[in-house]
Every structure is written in structure tokens, then in C-alpha cells.
Design a binder for this molecule. Structure first.
Ligand code: SAH
Length: 241
């Protein structure tokens, strides 16, 4: 497939839509592997900064946008929190429940043109649908969001829409921990996409944003994607009351 001017292939622009994500999941499965972005254990940055995200509060309602089969969901549910994940690829939900040996109940959700996988007495729900169909009408608002591989995964043209949706999904005192990648964007199309700090700040408007942590991935991902440097930055985002 080619882009509008027929000179730059779409994949070079880093535009990836749900059917391509689905293919990616299938390709990994056929190779007997996990998708490349999957972290096999609890994400170390998440466990390290969980306290900042919860503010020490228990039994919170967490949202995992574009959740994949993140182990963090089970880990949090075991601590008594309630988790809602959203992913457009059904195999993500299937694999999550299977690998964690949880028997899910599966129901159709016509309003979302999707399905709901639920387990652990309702403490873990994964909606299988396009995230942009999701809204606070489905499950209300959330105390906390772990945005890992989510904002960086959506297409760049959808960034404003994504942040608008995020703001409607967070409670007035809600918090979000967001991971973004940083590298020289002309050298690699993503995803994960490069997110300049200034752009994120501008998109968030009156929401507070503080850098909590950083990571250097030059060794592994730099080699893989032929980049001289590649980093992650982790921001704690707070809703403006
Ligand atoms: N947060 C997960 C997965 C990150 S990869 C983790 O940390 O492992 C991005 C995920 O988003 C993929 O599982 C992909 O299937 C899903 N995805 C991409 N676009 C989507 C969309 N528009 N709606 C819902 N899910 C989407």
C-alpha cells in the first residue's frame, strides 16, 4: 500500500491500524513467541512508582489503555485493585486469561462493537474493541491509568483525540503514569513513536506533568532499530481539579 503521494510507503510513516496489530499478534504466535513489546514480568518502573500513582490508597480503579496482556494487571488485581484493560486484538485478552490461569466469562458488547472478558470476581475486565470507541459511559471514570505502550502506539494524528479521551476517563483527582519513547524520529517511523516532552505538555494543557524516571534502551532497541540512541521517559500526570 502507498501513501497519498505514492512515494512513501505507509509503514515508513509509522501508521499502524488495528488489522496490522492483529497481524503482529498472529505473527508472534505463529513463531511461538510473545509480541516484541510484551514484558514477561511486572514492569519494573510500574512497581517502583506504584505508590506515586495510587497516593497510597487501596482498592482503586485502574485503566490500562491498549493493555496487551500486561502482567501488571494480574499483579494489581491480586493487591485488591480493580482493573479495566482495553485492547483491539482479541488474542491479547485470550492469552492474558490463559497464561494467568483465570477462567474468563466472555460476553458481546454490541455498543462497542466488541467483547468483554472478565475474571477474578470482576476485578479484571478486558474490553476487546477499538480504544477510540471506549468512553466513561462504559465503566465510569478511573482513579489511575498506567499508559505503557499506549500513547506511543497510537498514530500521531490521533494524539489530540487520545488526550481528550484520557481526560474524560480520569476522575478529578486521578493520576496517570505514562511511558514515552524519545529518539531521532527521522531515523525510525515507530511505533513506539517518539514523543517530545513539549508536545505532550502542550497536549495536556492545564494537567500537571512531572518527570519521574528515565530509561536508556540504546543497547538493545538502538541496535534493533539502528538508532544511535533511544530513551524512555516516565511522566506522572495529574488531573486539574
Ligand atoms: N500495554 C501493553 C501493550 C502495548 S502494544 C504492554 O505494555 O504490553 C500496543 C497494544 O495496543 C497492542 O496490544 C495492540 O493490539 C493495541 N492497539 C493498537 N491500536 C489499538 C486501538 N486503536 N484500540 C485498541 N487497541 C489497540
Amino acid at each position: 500500500m502507498a501513501s497519498k503521494d505514492d512515494s512513501i510507503p505507509i509503514e515508513k510513516l509509522g501508521v499502524v491500524n488495528l488489522p496490522q496489530w492483529e497481524q503482529g499478534w498472529q505473527k508472534a504466535k505463529d513463531a511461538g513467541k510473545d509480541p516484541q513489546f510484551h514484558v514477561k514480568n511486572v514492569h519494573p518502573i510500574f512497581s517502583k512508582h506504584l505508590e506515586q500513582l495510587t497516593g497510597g490508597r487501596s482498592r482503586l480503579k485502574f485503566l490500562f489503555p491498549l493493555c496487551g496482556k500486561a502482567m501488571d494487571m494480574k499483579w494489581l488485581a491480586d493487591q485488591g485493585h480493580t482493573i479495566v484493560g482495553v485492547d483491539g486484538v482479541e488474542d491479547a485478552a485470550r492469552q492474558f486469561f490463559q497464561e494467568n490461569a483465570i477462567q474468563p466469562t466472555v460476553t458481546d458488547v454490541p455498543a462497542l462493537n466488541g467483547k468483554l472478558y472478565q475474571g477474578m470476581e470482576g476485578r479484571v475486565s478486558i474490553y476487546v474493541c477499538d480504544y477510540f470507541n471506549f468512553s466513561s459511559e462504559v465503566k465510569g471514570q478511573f482513579d489511575a491509568i498506567w499508559d505503557r505502550g499506549a500513547f506511543v502506539a497510537i498514530n500521531e494524528v490521533d494524539r489530540e483525540k487520545y488526550v481528550r479521551l484520557m481526560k474524560t476517563l480520569l476522575k478529578p483527582n486521578g493520576r496517570c503514569l505514562m511511558e514515552v519513547y524519545q529518539y531521532e524520529p527521522r531515523l525510525f517511523p515507530g511505533p513506539p513513536h517518539n514523543v517530545p516532552e513539549d508536545e505532550l505538555k502542550q497536549l495536556l494543557g492545564d494537567y500537571d506533568m512531572a518527570l519521574l524516571d528515565t530509561g536508556d534502551h540504546t543497547e538493545r532497541l538502538g541496535k534493533l532499530w539502528n538508532l544511535p540512541w533511544i530513551k524512555t521517559a516516565y511522566f506522572l500526570i495529574k488531573a486539574s481539579n
